[in-house]
Write a protein that binds this ligand. Structure first.
Ligand code: PLP
Length: 408
């Protein structure tokens, strides 16, 4: 049967292990800077007011049932999701060259995309997928599970704690033709470092010239800057440039619908006379893959998001909620940086405010991270990534003092 050398014990998922350790800690001033979920100023999960409203509408509907959704998901949800991510006036939508399926949040969308590419992308040729170094750890697992070869492009400069743009661009330039390049649309996880619009344009130019395939992972639209169009800019720019591409879209963070698993996968065909036909055929194959994987996606989160996305008044409320979350995080970046600077903490701390989105790559070493946990009960991943959402007006001084102490 399954001897230990056949099924060895796997290590615990580092992030979820961290969460368990935090929960077991009884120290009053403990701080959770691990998990990537928004917290309010009292360190509590925040149900978006617009989600409460949509929830109440759903619950008051006497006809609400629990039937299966179609294989491709809730149609009003996937079509609103296309508009959100590509822009409502996107030529790709009016030319009917987008295939969209509702997925198990962003993870499911990344997985469906990986599975689809493994099965249909450049048959008979081996194409690698390029990840930023570093990237969201799950990218490695998802793409290796479908046996797509993985390689990396430089991304984060340890020296500047910003983007290693030259490294990124020259690595992409030298990728074999047809390689798949995974790009974080905004609020890069784990570094919080994004290319500027001008840098995105250069990446697009190189990728076009080298015939590379963009795979966008978009888990933080509206959450980074508070502006949906701005956070989705890179994707619409690439579509404008005529790329054939795919997008994994998550509603976990921007709707606070983490556990409801609402997301979408989009395939965009390049503009061509047969583009609608390409999208239709791709959609039919995606439906078969979806059927064997999950049969059909979960309904509740998609119903909530769909109500909001399709109602102008609720949509405006949602934008307000996005500004509430993103601006609280931006304020906490400012506060942490200024407290570290006030304390004269060795090193430079501008990267805390230069970085964007849920995470900050602090530059703390693994040993320092361990010491922060042992001495001050502050929990973060061992690569020194801090979830800014875990910082609030009550603990920012405590966190700054603790960091100040250990870097000396
Ligand atoms: N992609 C990235 C880069 C992420 O950071 C996340 C969440 O942390 C996801 C995808 C997917 O998250 P979910 O499956 O909860 O939507």
């Amino acid at each position: 049967s399954f001897a230990a050398d056949v099924v060895p014990k796997a290590p615990e998922d580092p992030l979820f292990g961290l969460m368990t350790a935090y929960r077991a800690d009884t120290f009053e001033k403990k701080v959770d800077l691990g998990i990537g979920a928004y917290r309010d100023d009292n360190a509590k999960p925040w149900v978006l007011p617009v989600v409460k409203k949509a929830d109440a509408v759903l619950r008051s509907d006497p006809n609400l049932d629990h039937e299966y959704l179609p294989i491709a998901g809730l149609q009003q949800f996937t079509s609103a999701s296309q508009k959100l991510i590509l822009g409502k006036n996107s030529p790709a939508i009016s030319e009917k060259r987008v295939a969209s399926l509702q997925t198990i949040s962003g993870t499911g969308a990344v997985h469906l995309g990986a599975l689809f590419l493994k099965k249909f992308y450049r048959p008979g040729q081996t194409s690698s997928v390029y990840f930023s170094s570093p990237t969201w750890a799950n990218h490695n697992q998802i793409f290796s599970n479908v046996n797509l070869p993985i390689t990396t492009y430089p991304y984060f400069s340890a020296k500047t704690r910003g983007l290693d743009f030259d490294g990124m661009l020259s690595s992409i330039k030298s990728a074999p033709e047809g390689s798949i390049i995974l790009l974080h649309a905004c609020a890069h996880n784990p570094t919080g470092v994004d290319p500027t619009q001008d840098q995105w344009k250069q990446v697009a130019e190189v990728m076009k010239a080298r015939n590379l395939f963009p795979f966008f992972d978009c888990a933080y639209q509206g959450f980074a800057s508070g502006d949906l169009a701005r956070d989705g800019w890179a994707i619409s720019y690439f579509v404008e440039q005529g790329f054939e591409l795919v997008v994994a879209q998550s509603y976990a963070k921007n709707f606070g619908l983490y556990g409801e698993r609402a997301g979408c996968f989009h395939f965009v065909a390049a503009p061509a006379s047969d583009a609608t036909d390409v999208a239709t055929r791709v959609a039919s194959q995606l439906a078969i893959l979806q059927r064997s994987e999950i049969s059909n996606p979960p309904a509740y989160g998609a119903r909530i998001a769909s109500l909001v996305l399709n109602d102008p008044a609720l949509f405006a409320m949602w934008e307000e909620d996005l500004r509430t979350m993103s601006s609280r995080i931006i304020e906490m970046r400012k506060a942490l940086r200024s407290k570290l600077e006030e304390l004269g903490t060795p090193g430079t701390w501008n990267h805390i405010t230069d970085q964007i989105g849920m995470f900050s790559f602090t530059g703390l070493t693994e040993a320092q991270v361990q010491k922060l946990r042992a001495d001050s009960h502050i929990y973060m991943t061992k690569n020194g990534r801090v979830s800014m959402a875990g910082i609030n007006t009550n603990n920012v001084q405590y966190v700054a003092e603790a960091i100040n102490k250990i870097v000396r």
